[in-house]
Design a protein around this ligand. Structure first.
Ligand SMILES: NC(=O)c1ccc[n+]([C@@H]2O[C@H](COP(=O)([O-])OP(=O)(O)OC[C@H]3O[C@@H](n4cnc5c(N)ncnc54)[C@H](OP(=O)(O)O)[C@@H]3O)[C@@H](O)[C@H]2O)c1
Length: 369
């Protein structure tokens, strides 16, 4: 195989085979700048700027350049836009929002072997990535992207990975659920909750959930055993028995109390509303992180002593095995997240405003022409 040194192309000395060299060279020639939604400061939807001259960074050896076709809006995007995570992101402004992406591989780094140019892929960046996916050309590490199932569109694919990987992390890495166990999902109507229900059903678990009335049928069709309307019903009376794990997507004191009381001894309570970011935003990294760690340890110790359960703040993490399993479940027709509305990327402000004002409750996707 012919190998070339790409000193001038990549501004560093790297060996490429001829095919990669040509592919990278062609892409660098065509794509040196692109459109992206920049966040120059924190605030409302109006602070986001769609710019046409944003640099496409040089790929590291483990990275994949994805020509975005669709990106979904996660609650993290609107929260980050408003200043959540400012202790990390403020010194790095302007940043690009967005975690999920579905599109085509436009270029690959020299050590990427699982993907090739032109393949349709989907994936999600980890929560602290500075250059997000609201851009024509997103850059993701190889482990955060995989082949898109051909059975779903880019719009459908973009709705899934960040939410499903969050659910995967909680259920498979933290609680380590297995066949026959009982899982309670508090807030199963949202993207993470609905993904958790489907992952747990696929693992052979018995799933109960709380949700809004509009989500009940969808959740029962996904084979949850019980879906309790949290407005119309008394959750504590409606749900019977104890659970091996509780995933609390709401994470307020009331849902925490209820969730913990439903656990068997040795069970796992996992909230998506860990306080690490809010505390570091409030007190700075140096003080906030130790405070967050102390609060978490105190709660873990208290609940172990009072209820005999394990208490966790759970966060999305990149997980290639999880992403591969998510892809398999989508292909098998066992995992999907409904998309309620699409906006063109040019209307990103309108899309964020609709989420902020809760005009659209379900998943919103931004499409690229
Ligand atoms: N820690 C992490 O790494 C991480 C990762 C992803 C998400 N999150 C957080 O997790 C939360 C959910 O994320 P998401 O992407 O699933 O958001 P989402 O798709 O917007 O879902 C939110 C859902 O919560 C449900 N809900 C609201 N109040 C409820 C209550 N009192 N009881 C039961 N259900 C209630 C609603 O479902 P109905 O339509 O059924 O009413 C709503 O659709 C967000 O706060 C997000 O910031 C954290």
């Amino acid at each position: 195989m012919l190998t070339l040194r790409a000193q001038s192309l990549q501004n560093r000395s790297v060996n490429y085979d001829l095919r990669q060299f040509l592919q990278l060279g062609m892409v660098r020639f065509v794509v040196s700048s692109c459109r992206a939604v920049l966040l120059p400061r924190f605030g409302g939807p109006e602070v986001m700027e769609l710019r046409h001259d944003v640099e496409v960074p040089q790929l590291q050896s483990n990275e994949v350049l994805v020509r975005a076709r669709a990106v979904s809006i996660n609650p993290l995007d609107t929260r980050m836009r408003s200043g959540y995570g400012r202790s990390i992101f403020e010194p790095l402004l302007p940043i690009i929002l967005g975690r999920d992406v579905s599109g085509e591989v436009a270029a690959i780094g020299s050590s990427v072997h699982s993907l090739s140019i032109g393949q349709e892929v989907f994936g999600a960046l980890h929560p602290t990535a500075v250059r997000g996916t609201y851009t024509d050309y997103a850059v993701l590490p190889e482990e955060e992207v995989t082949v898109k199932p051909s059975s779903i569109t880019h719009v459908e694919a973009s709705a899934i990975p960040f939410a499903a990987l969050t659910a995967w992390r909680a259920l498979r890495s933290t609680a380590r659920i297995y066949e026959g166990q009982r899982l309670l999902v508090v807030g199963g109507g949202g993207a993470v909750g609905f993904a958790a229900i489907q992952l747990a059903v696929a693992a052979g678990c018995h799933v109960t959930t709380t949700c809004g009335s509009q989500s009940v049928n969808r959740i029962l069709e996904a084979d949850a055993e019980q879906a309790v309307d949290y407005i119309a019903e008394d959750i504590e009376l409606a749900i019977k028995g104890k659970f091996d794990a509780v995933l609390d997507t709401i994470g307020v004191p009331e849902t925490e109390r209820i969730g913990i009381n439903f656990l068997k001894r040795g069970g796992h309570y996992m909230t998506l509303q860990g306080e690490a970011a809010s505390l570091t935003d409030r007190y700075g990294l140096a003080v906030g992180l130790p405070i967050a760690t102390a609060i978490l340890l105190k709660k873990q110790t208290q609940y172990r002593y009072s209820h005999g359960i394990e208490y966790w703040w759970t966060y999305m993490r990149a997980d290639p095995d999880g992403l591969a399993e998510i892809r398999r479940l989508i292909e098998a027709g066992k995992l999907k997240i409904p998309v309620e509305k699409c906006f063109p990327i040019t209307q990103v402000r309108e899309a964020h405003e609709a989420k902020d004002k809760k005009k659209i409750l379900g998943k919103v996707v931004l499409e690229f022409d």
